[in-house]
Each structure stands twice: as C-alpha cells, then as structure tokens.
Design a protein around this ligand. Sequence first.
Ligand code: NAD
Length: 357
Amino acid sequence: MIRVGINGYGTIGKRVADAVAAQPDMRLVGVTKTRPNYAAEAALRRGYDMYAAIADRADEFDAAGIDVAGSLPDLLDAVDVVVDCCPSGVGARNRSTYETHGVPAVFQGGEDADVADASFAARTSFEAVRDAAADAVRVVSCNTTGLARLLAPLEEAYGIEKARVTLIRRGGDPGETDRGPINDVVPDPATIPSHHGPDVNTVLPDVDVDTAALKAPVTAMHTHSVNVTLRATPTADAVRDLFAGERRLFVIPEGAGIDGAGKLKEYAMDRGRPRGDLWENCLWAESVEVSGRDLYLFENVHQEADVVPENVDAIRAMVTDVPAAESVERTNEALGVGVESLLSDDGQTCDPIAADD
Ligand code: NAD
C-alpha cells in the first residue's frame, strides 16, 4: 500500500484525499488543516486522521473538540508521498520541509513549473515523469490539464500545426466568497499569450499553442473556445469518434439538453457524482466543426475536479512501477471516471414545448 498524506485540505486537497482513499493500492494516512474549521470537522467525520499544519496551533484543535494525530512533521514521517494542496506559492515554501523529511512530493498547478523537477499530465507525461525519477512533481493546472487531454489525441491522430484557445475562466470557486469579478468580463491577463499555452508545453512540448484568457463572474466551470489547425483533414464525425475513445473526455450528446455549466453540474449531481464533480473535459458534440484543416469546438472544464485523477496517477508515476495505462485504468475504475450517456448523437432531442413549459 502506498501511504499518502495531504498537506492542505481545501478545494483540491479534500477531493484528492477522497480519491486516494478510494484507491485499492493506496492508504490515506491523514490530512492537515491550519485551523479547526468546518472543513476540519467534515474531514474527521469522513474518518480521516487530522494533523495540525502549524504545530503551535494543535491546542486550538483540542479546544475546538477536534482530535489531532500530530502535526505536519509527524504526518511526513508516516507517509511514502505527500500531496501538497496548499494555496499557490505556499507549496514552493513547503518544498524544503518535504526534502528534509525525505518525502517525495506532488505539487499543484498554482505553483510555478520550477517548484518541481517535472510537470505532469497523465495523458502526456506519465512515462517521462517516471523516467525522471523525480522527487517533486507538479500536476499542471485545471486549464492546462484540460488542454493537454484535448490536444494530445489530436496531435497523435492528425498532427497539430497550430492551436489557438480562448479561455473564459471562472472568477472563483463556489466557496470563494472573496473572489470576482462580480459584474464584468475581464481580460486576464490583457496581454497575449496567457500563461496557459507555455504551461501546456511543460507537458506537451512539441505542440504550437497560443492562449488568451478572460475572467467571468461564474463559479461552476471554465469554458474553452478552441481552434486547431491540423495537418490532416478529418471529418467532424471522425474527430468526435476520436474524442469518444478518450475516457477523460465527455462528448456531450447533441440533444441531451445540456447547454452550459449549470446543466453540466446538474447532470453530474443527478448521476450521483460526489460534490457534483466532473473529472472529464466536457465538450459539445455539435460544436465540433471541421473546415478544411481547421477544427473548432467548445469545451468546459470543472476546475475543482479535473486534476483529481491526475494527482492519483502522479503518485503512481513517482513511487511505483505500475505502467501508465494500468494506473489510469485503476484510477478511472476506482473513481468512476468516464461519462457514458444513454443519449447518442442521434438520440432524443429537446422538444421546445416540453413538460416544464
Ligand atoms: P484552497 O484555498 O481551496 O485550499 C488550500 C488549503 O490549504 C486551505 O484549506 C488553506 O487553509 C490551506 N493552507 C493554507 N496554508 C497552509 C499551510 N501552510 N499548510 C497547510 N495548509 C495550508 O486552494 P485550492 O483551490 O485547493 O488550490 C490549491 C492548489 O491547487 C493551488 O496551487 C491551486 O492553484 C491549485 N489548483 C486549484 C484549482 C481550483 O480551481 N481550485 C484547480 C487546479 C489547481
């Protein structure tokens, strides 16, 4: 069993903790919190051992009625790998602590690429990370993960001459009451390219990709408007079939009645997904259009969820010799990654005079 600790139990940390706990070959040793708040209580109720991220604050946990099993150094001494899910920049400050304890570490995409020896996306860089025998690996951000998953099969099947992506990013996560914008759509950054294109190249080095990004007052998902100039001229149906063969991509059937992030999240909750999480890129079948060598499509990425299976695979890439395909399969099976819809492209369409009219 791979013994795993999670340092930082927020949006990403809580999800990675659940994903690790669900793996047949992993044991979640514990999670850290900086203070005994609602999330600490929820973790305890899930049966996770709690460690004080800051040793001096252990008394605060005791006072609040939350038992702690120790502090961060105790957790590090009890694990084979730590997953750092702290806010951007804090991970970089933690690296030396992990090194002191001789514990390999997985970092998140909010850190600069140089926080780690290698960047990771399961679809593109599992073997490279394994070969690098890295002690520190960075799982790329939610947007970069989504783009790597989408572009890798296109590059393999048709070759990519140039990819251009406009990212409409969510202003904040649902729980981030202090984030924005509130009533605007803001170029972020106003300069082009945004950092996402170069970040894609940390896991897919040979693909020419430019990105531009805006921030919108929504919390559910990011939206990508994608244009890829291919080296071949496939039909739109062939591209849809290619994507349908990728379990971490969900091709939303035309006629499913899913018109945006709101209904995607509703569908995820209706399907019983924990926290309404969508681990897959969600791309609209009818948006896939090929004109000459130009491919166009729209996809959505659930920022809180798509990196979660990637973290699990990153752990196996670092500390086991499980082959890439087997790891991905194991992760997918344990979590239930892969959306199978009963509605095919030719399936039911939405009657405009429906029962709810
Ligand atoms: P978050 O703020 O929701 O969670 C971070 C947690 O770490 C909080 O619970 C915070 O209290 C805790 N923390 C702060 N300082 C700490 C310390 N010194 N030691 C231990 N815990 C500490 O942040 P998040 O959204 O989960 O982001 C974590 C990382 O994941 C960032 O690098 C971020 O860029 C990346 N990421 C976030 C998203 C997203 O959409 N939320 C998506 C992909 C990647």
